[in-house]
Design a protein around this ligand. Structure first.
Ligand SMILES: [Mn+2]
Length: 501
């Protein structure tokens, strides 16, 4: 009987403890959920899963984020701040999962154990908290720890309201050293990057934008190329993160970086000779004439030897490395002195230092460039001389024979066409008519359709708008091409200005 009583006591006490444990367990798991909600799926400094799990939630596995109908208006307002869908970005976890978009044979490649270490340098200006920290978390989660020396965040004088939360204390809790450097005043992307490079300690410097996401296996193939040849400058394939839905879309391994007549960077299909050189193996790096400039890795000492951003060496796109980037349709940044001025000045310096006699070709079609004050270039010319760089003609012949800048030519200039202003009030050549379907253009040529509409132009020889053509549907007048866009006809509000007559 006594034994039975003992049993009852033991049973009762164990049961009490079990219940208490269960209560505590429930209590704390509830609380975790509260925290998670507050921090958007990320308690500061918490251990993040290094392996990808297709978790549930908006944007997981790189899927597009859907904004509820009732939030559409607010979303449009928020869009304007950064020129991307800030609401979608804030709905997603900072460590969202992404698909493995690599070519199958990239997934099984084996790299040497003793790859160099890298510092990752990220410059930001008025960047949103969620995109900046998502970049940082994707680096930490998808880089082998021993290859990642540190992350250097350089704040190029963001306005204070952009970073509401204290960045330093947040990043201190992460598993990798993250340093935050402040620029005293707005100094531009390149100066800020050089500052980050100057303090970095890794053998390699990897530059990324502040709105990127690194995918699994992104780092090893980059570092392996630099270990193989320290004069190689390597870029990942830049995947597209939609500025609208934040959907993750794999970029092509069949393109390379080039530039057009106006020195604008563009992606072009990689030429056949490059495919042949790689014997059809798409997992081998593509040699590229130039790069977008935002995302690349370079040996730290070599970076200094070649005068930092004025690069030589071999540029490659490493097709087994994928990093996503939020591409925006318009820049949210303001530039001291105006965007056009700064681009013109940079382009002028580039043309003066590196393009030899080919700069005339560029100046002919970019009139604004020749008017700009481009400062002192003698140190850069000295560097070019010291490094014994080859002439630009060599570059066009050997590295970029597909360039639009012709190596040999007879003449440069424009070809004009004769148009008629018809009795139907169209402006016509052959069977094509000048057509404008939106305010401020573009002005295009479409098959004439006799339905009037957007093809209708009114000519006013005497009255208020003297000697001007007026587009009937938009009430605007064709205008002289601007310096920035000298190749494109423009249409503006009618001003009676000489440029519209
Ligand atoms: Mn960017």
């Amino acid at each position: 009987m006594r034994k039975f009583a003992y049993c009852k006591v033991v049973l009762a006490t164990s049961l009490t403890w079990v219940l208490l444990d269960m209560f505590l367990l429930l209590y704390f798991s509830e609380c975790n959920k509260c925290d998670e909600k507050k921090e958007r799926g990320l308690p500061a400094g918490d251990v993040l899963e290094p392996v990808q799990k297709p978790h549930e939630g908006p944007g997981e596995m790189g899927k597009p984020v859907v904004i509820p109908k009732e939030d559409q208006e607010k979303m449009k307002e928020m869009f304007k701040i950064n020129q991307f869908n800030l609401m979608a970005s804030e709905m997603m976890a900072l460590n969202r999962s992404l698909p493995d978009v690599r070519l199958e044979r990239c997934k099984t490649k084996v790299y040497p154990d003793n790859l160099p270490t890298t510092s990752v340098v990220i410059v930001f200006h008025n960047e949103a908290w969620s995109t900046l920290l998502r970049t940082v978390h994707s680096i930490i989660n998808r880089s082998p720890r021993h290859m990642l020396e540190e992350i250097v965040l350089v704040d190029d004088a963001s306005e204070r309201h952009f970073l509401k939360r204290p960045l330093e204390s947040y990043v201190k809790k992460l598993k990798v050293p993250v340093h935050v450097i402040q620029m005293e005043q707005r100094s531009g992307l390149i100066r800020a990057r050089l500052k980050g490079a100057a303090v970095s300690k890794g053998q390699v410097i990897t530059f990324l934008d502040a709105h990127c996401e690194c995918t699994v296996g992104w780092l090893e193939p980059l570092l392996a190329r630099i270990k193989h040849d320290r004069k190689t400058v390597v870029c990942p394939i830049i995947d597209v993160i939609s500025d609208d839905t934040f959907e993750y879309m794999a970029g092509s391994d069949m393109t390379y970086g080039g530039f057009n007549w106006k020195l604008n960077f563009r992606w072009y299909p990689a030429p056949q000779r490059e495919m042949d050189r790689r014997k059809g193996d798409r997992t081998l790096p593509v040699r590229t004439p130039t790069m977008a400039g935002g995302l690349f890795s370079i040996d730290r000492d070599y970076f200094q030897e070649i005068g930092t951003y004025d690069c030589r060496g071999t540029l490659e796109i490493v097709t087994c490395s994928h990093v996503g980037h939020v591409f925006r349709k318009a820049t949210p940044y303001t530039f001291p002195g105006g965007t056009g001025q700064i681009i013109n000045k940079n382009n002028r310096r580039l043309a003066e230092v590196w393009m030899d006699e080919f700069n005339n070709f560029f100046y002919m079609i970019s009139l604004g460039v020749t008017k700009v004050d481009y400062g002192d270039i003698s140190p850069r010319l000295g560097l070019r001389h010291k490094l014994q760089c080859r002439p630009f003609s060599w570059y066009l012949e050997n590295i970029y024979p597909d360039s639009q800048i012709p190596r040999h030519y007879f003449s440069l200039g424009e070809i004009r066409n004769v148009f008629s202003y018809t009795a139907n009030k169209e402006i016509r050549t052959d069977d094509l008519c000048l057509d404008v379907s939106k305010l401020n253009g573009p002005v295009t040529m479409l098959k004439c359709h006799h339905l009037k509409g957007n093809l209708l132009w009114e000519y006013d020889p005497v009255r208020s708008l003297k000697l001007t053509l007026q587009h009937v549907n938009s009430n605007q007048c064709p205008d002289k091409a601007t310096d920035e866009d000298s190749q494109v006809p423009s249409i503006r509000d009618c001003s009676r200005a000489r440029s519209q007559q």
